[in-house]
Design a protein around this ligand. Structure first.
Ligand SMILES: NC(=O)c1ccc[n+]([C@@H]2O[C@H](COP(=O)([O-])OP(=O)(O)OC[C@H]3O[C@@H](n4cnc5c(N)ncnc54)[C@H](O)[C@@H]3O)[C@@H](O)[C@H]2O)c1
Length: 503
């Protein structure tokens, strides 16, 4: 990269804590005067990859040894519910922190984090990246210019089914050892992961949340573990009052249609981002003209786009580096991080209490913090180490669980897609679209048949276990009575060829 982004030779020595998601940052660090000098992760395979891609950097599984190294800043991408404690440890070690979302897991942790940042005099940013995709940056700029007036209502969605991530790391590797489940993705209620949708609405409209309410949704998808009626695998909608009097709907969760739809209604105009197309209605009336616009990037945007996640990852790292090098405040300081994180914590509580509304405190104000200093309320955790199988289960069998479950989920989804599209194939606008669905099932079938066998073996060994329950739920979707029939593959090939020939 020839272009110098900052007009200084100063370098920032960076350590990355958590090398799953954390590994997506270090390539961009080089563009932003950042040298990655240390990495830390419990996982051997992630440390190996880090060492390979950052030759000469210190790498360890020991957080204390990591924080004792001589560097300036941490990119913190450890387990989601542990971020506050880990960020405070970094601050105490004298490091600036760029923390992955979300900022904290309880209200008391939020207070502790805000005060640790204040006492340290160091920089804390939240790496909330969704406000910094091209469309949202464009909207934020135009909103500030007054094009849309005041926000009246908004709906942003971060609906992500991610069932297999309950049983794998982010790189798709099954959890090690295989009789355990993911540390937090296996159980965390989706209200807790609320910043990718609320963050953009806040930053675009320049408002902060003031009150939140959520009704419980108790329907769950198969294949998810449960700790209570509000566990992972369901839908998590909340309604939030904003500081200017607007109301927004923040929708997270897991259901059968992943969605990032974004819609904003202002007093002068509206915007909606659907399937990557940004359309505006301008003219001040409900029936005013509605056209698509091309959200052009700010300076550096082209480069940002090339670094992944629609450019968002670049911008959070850029703002962090800029604040360290030049002192310019980044958009997501610890107070904005608290504004964004708190409604998720309180929405979960609201749903548990059948829709009781909660005021959202402003942690800039020490008096408001005081009320939450000892508020340690949190969702009950699933026992990720020992919850799946009882202690006397044979580990040579149960350690096959994570790999089996991962592949059973993908095979079952391939079959279910085939089964359901067959039900409506006569009504398809483009019948040839089903060819891809059949091809995916043909490719998945050999492994699906293997993991059906493997799942039965685990279920027979521990029939009353949670592991057996979720395997059984996915087996039920995998169409065993059809997919294990001799000749099914040949039948699929014939069907595929006939469809492809007809199109
Ligand atoms: N903004 C985004 O687009 C985005 C995308 C993915 C993940 N994330 C966030 O990034 C964070 C990390 O996500 P992930 O997908 O890598 O999942 P993850 O939770 O599996 O990763 C955490 C990693 O940190 C390691 N780790 C945790 N605590 C540690 C400790 N004390 N010492 C050493 N190693 C430790 C784990 O071994 C693991 O590899 C999560 O909080 C997630 O919310 C954000």
């Amino acid at each position: 990269m020839a272009q110098a982004i900052f007009q200084t030779d100063k370098r920032i020595r960076v350590g990355i804590w958590g090398l799953g998601r954390g590994s997506t940052f270090y390539r961009t660090c080089g563009l932003l005067n950042m040298d990655v000098v240390a990495g830390c992760d419990y996982n051997q395979h992630m440390r190996d990859r880090f060492a390979q891609e950052n030759p000469g950097a210190f790498v360890t599984d020991d957080a204390a040894a990591f924080l004792a190294q001589d560097f300036d800043a941490v990119v913190l991408a450890t387990f989601c519910p542990e971020h506050a404690g880990d960020a405070i440890a970094c601050l105490r070690a004298g490091k600036h922190v760029l923390s992955e979302v979300t900022a904290f897991h309880t209200m008391a942790e939020g207070v502790a984090l805000v005060e640790a940042v204040e006492q340290s005099g160091l920089i804390y940013n939240l790496a909330e990246n969704y406000p910094f995709i091209a469309a949202n940056m464009w909207l934020a700029r135009r909103w500030k210019e007054g094009l849309f007036g005041e926000l009246m209502y908004g709906e942003y969605e971060y609906v992500h089914e991610c069932r297999s991530l309950c049983y794998t790391y982010i790189d798709g590797t099954p959890v090690i050892p295989g009789n355990q489940v993911h540390h937090w993705r296996s159980w965390l209620n989706a209200h807790y992961y609320n910043t990718h949708s609320l963050g953009p609405m806040m930053l675009i409209s320049g408002t902060r949340p003031t009150r939140v309410v959520s009704l419980p949704g108790t329907q769950r998808l198969p294949g998810y573990l449960t700790v209570d009626a509000q566990s992972k695998g369901g839908i998590a909608p909340s309604l939030i009052s904003m500081s200017n009097g607007a109301v927004v709907r923040n929708l997270m969760g897991a259901t059968t249609n992943d969605s990032h739809i974004q819609r904003l209604w202002g007093t002068k105009g509206s915007a909606e981002l659907v399937d990557g197309r940004l359309r505006l209605r301008l003219g001040g009336g409900g029936g005013s003209p509605k056209f698509e616009v091309v959200p052009r990037w700010d300076a550096l945007g082209e480069l940002a786009e090339a670094t992944g996640h629609g450019g968002g990852d670049f911008w959070v790292l850029y703002y962090f580096a800029r604040q360290i090098l030049e002192g310019t405040p980044a958009p997501f300081d610890v107070y904005t991080a608290a504004d964004c994180t708190i409604p998720g914590l309180l929405a979960y509580r609201s749903a548990l209490e059948n829709g009781r509304p909660f005021d959202v405190p402003d942690f800039r104000d020490p008096a408001q913090r005081d009320r939450f200093r000892d508020d340690h309320f949190a969702q009950p955790r699933y026992d990720t180490r020992r919850g799946l199988f009882s202690a006397d289960a044979d580990e040579t069998i149960t350690r096959e669980f994570a790999l089996t479950m991962r592949d059973l989920i993908s095979g079952a989804m391939a079959y279910e897609a085939y089964r359901q599209w067959t039900l409506v194939q006569d009504d398809l606008a483009e019948p040839a679209r089903k060819v891809g669905v059949i091809d995916a099932l043909i490719a998945a079938l050999p492994r699906l048949n293997e993991v059906q066998e493997a799942a039965h073996k685990i279920i027979a060994h521990a029939p009353e276990s949670d592991g057996a329950r979720v395997l059984g739920e996915m087996l039920a979707l995998s169409g065993e009575e059809v997919t294990r029939q001799p000749g099914f593959r040949e039948q699929l090939i014939r069907e595929r060829d006939a469809l492809a020939g007809a199109s």
